[in-house]
Design a protein around this ligand. Structure first.
Ligand code: SF4
Length: 393
């Protein structure tokens, strides 16, 4: 986690109304040079100040578009660290990307460290070489990963994926990725950092996940287990090596929640994010990205009822919005499903970065190293190229 300097005392004494007023005034003052982005999971008192809301990839693309169209020179990203990094990678070099609180990280992204990944890569290749395995390992990383992990994937012929295009990227990689698979060549994926998205995507692709995936635990070395807590045999057999990472919010949803709900409210439909464990996804009615969840609920008929397996700020907002249309929305797992790191972005920090900007000072700038940027852009570019093509699945 990065260090965040303490805010001056004055920001802690302002009440909610004063904070909102002062942020609004600063936005008006800085409007031509500024874009504020708010992730779907952001708290209400922050999201009300966002020019755009969306998921991490949509927001990064919007940041790049707006900076090009309007010449805006500053993006304030009300999200978490990896999202600000992605915005910095995608926007022109003269645009400053600011994360209002540097401690707003993502527990899932933090679970895949670059040194651990390099180590796993070496061990996996050593095991495969010793077994005379003929093929290639292609690394795929979820958008929710550090720039360094995206760069690792770019450098090793892999790609980034989002929760909405993971199936597409998976299919591309299994077909050989950047170099079409030769007839006898074997392909294996290393999927980082979310084991659940990786497992759910592998299952949807038709892989028997019990037999042909294995889990690489980066902490296993500490326990003296030298094959990531798995075995040489499992590494050789696996079609997908899953990284042992997860989202601390989506992992809270359980199959028991679904069973309890079905018993008491059988007509309520269940829609969940693919970062949820496989048994939750399997037992749900629908699965998809935050954008898909929103679009599905917004398109549902009056009188319908939904239980949603994703972060509570998004669920509460869509519940309020849809109540007016006669659609009942509730969380699948209760109110504890909150992204606590994103919650660190509060109106105090937003106002503090805007006050500094008004005085010509850029604080909390997120700047990705140029070499890392170059390779990460390759991994992102492969995904963008794929999603621009008409779908075949
Ligand atoms: S909801 Fe989960 S994956 Fe998303 S930012 Fe929070 S911890 Fe990371």
């Amino acid at each position: 986690m990065l260090w965040q300097q303490q805010l001056p005392e004055e920001y802690r004494t302002l009440d909610d109304g004063q904070l909102a007023q002062r942020i609004t005034r600063r936005r008006e003052e800085l409007s031509s040079q500024l874009v504020i982005l708010g992730h779907h999971y952001q708290r209400d008192d922050v999201i009300q100040h966002a020019d755009f809301t969306g998921d991490s990839f949509k927001l990064s693309q919007l940041a790049a578009e707006r900076a090009t169209e309007t010449g805006a020179k500053t993006i304030v990203f009300c999200g978490v660290h990896f999202m600000a990094e992605a915005a910095d990678i995608l926007t022109p070099g003269d645009v400053d990307v600011i994360l209002p609180d540097l401690t707003a990280g993502c527990s899932m992204a933090d679970m895949a460290d670059c040194d651990d990944t390099q180590h796993a890569w070496k061990v996996i290749h050593k095991v495969l070489k010793a077994a005379d395995w003929k093929g290639r390992v292609i690394p795929i990383t979820y958008m929710n990963s550090s720039a360094a992990i995206k760069a690792f994937c770019g450098e090793h012929g892999g790609a980034v994926c989002t929760s909405s295009n993971a199936g597409r990227v998976f299919e591309w990689a299994m077909a050989g990725g950047t170099t079409k698979k030769k007839s006898r060549e074997k392909i294996k994926l290393l999927f980082l950092p979310d084991q659940h998205l990786g497992r759910n995507t592998a299952h949807a692709f038709g892989i028997n996940v019990k037999r042909f995936t294995t889990l690489w635990d980066p902490q296993a070395d500490i326990r003296g287990e030298h094959f990531g807590g798995t075995t040489e045999e499992a590494i050789i057999r696996a079609r997908v090596i899953l990284w042992k990472g997860h989202c601390s919010v989506h992992q809270l949803f359980r199959a028991e929640h679904i069973r309890a709900l079905r018993a008491t409210d059988p007509d309520r439909k269940i829609i969940v994010h693919p970062e949820c464990p496989k048994e939750v996804v399997d037992d749900s009615d629908e699965v998809g990205s935050t954008e898909l969840i929103l679009n599905t609920i917004r398109a549902s008929k009056k009188g319908s009822a939904w239980a949603v397996g994703t972060e509570m700020h998004l669920v509460n907002r869509v519940a309020r919005e849809m109540a007016e249309q006669g659609v009942d929305v509730q969380s699948l797992g209760g109110s504890q499903c909150l992204c606590t790191t994103m919650y660190r972005i509060d109106p105090q920090h937003v106002l503090w970065v805007l006050d500094n900007l008004a005085q010509g000072t850029v604080v909390n700038k997120i700047a990705v190293d140029p070499k890392v940027k170059e390779y990460a852009m390759q991994a992102l570019g492969r995904m963008l190229e794929l999603t621009a093509q008409p779908t075949t699945v």
